[in-house]
Design a protein around this ligand. Structure first.
Ligand code: SF4
Length: 153
């Protein structure tokens, strides 16, 4: 499993400070994809357990969640990394372009974003989006956390 980059993100998982791993090798080829440079499986660098744990240790105390942008196509490896994050007391999130993922993955996820990128419908901040951001245990859709709320003055 290769990753293209890591980043600390604040908006992709509402209410959480997340360490995000961008995983290479998505095969969905959504028209207008912003991450086309990660499509090649060999792009980026191999994600090793040592590197993953070093990243978690580096941000220990600051993070509340680990986010994977893709990687469900490497289910065994992804489950292992999710287990390591859970052992560290962190929440977990997966952004997938698929409509669903296996129960194996679901049982390790706090949050899941589903659905391919559709330029005509927009992302999670759009009311008509095809994508869904759910809290896995409750099944609650949290899309409204991404949508701008105008404040009347
Ligand atoms: S699922 Fe995401 S990464 Fe994959 S092609 Fe679609 S927009 Fe790009």
């Amino acid at each position: 499993m290769h990753y293209y980059q890591t980043d600390i993100v604040f908006q992709e998982v509402p209410g959480e400070i997340s360490l995000c791993f961008f995983i290479c090798g998505c095969t969905l080829r959504c028209p207008g994809c912003h991450s086309w440079h990660t499509w090649r499986e060999e792009a980026g660098m191999p994600l090793t357990e040592a590197l993953f744990l070093a990243q978690l240790d580096r941000y220990q105390g600051s993070l509340s969640c680990v986010l994977f942008m893709g990687g469900e196509w490497h289910e065994t490896a992804l489950c292992h990394y999710l287990d390591l994050a859970i052992e560290k007391g962190l929440k977990t999130c997966l952004y997938t372009g698929r409509e669903s993922v296996s129960n194996n993955l679901l049982s390790r996820l706090t949050y899941l974003k589903t659905g391919p990128w559709r330029q005509d419908l927009g992302g999670l901040d759009q009311p008509n989006t095809n994508q869904r951001f759910i809290e896995v245990t409750s099944g609650q859709c949290l899309n409204d956390h991404f949508q701008r709320k105008d404040i009347a003055v």
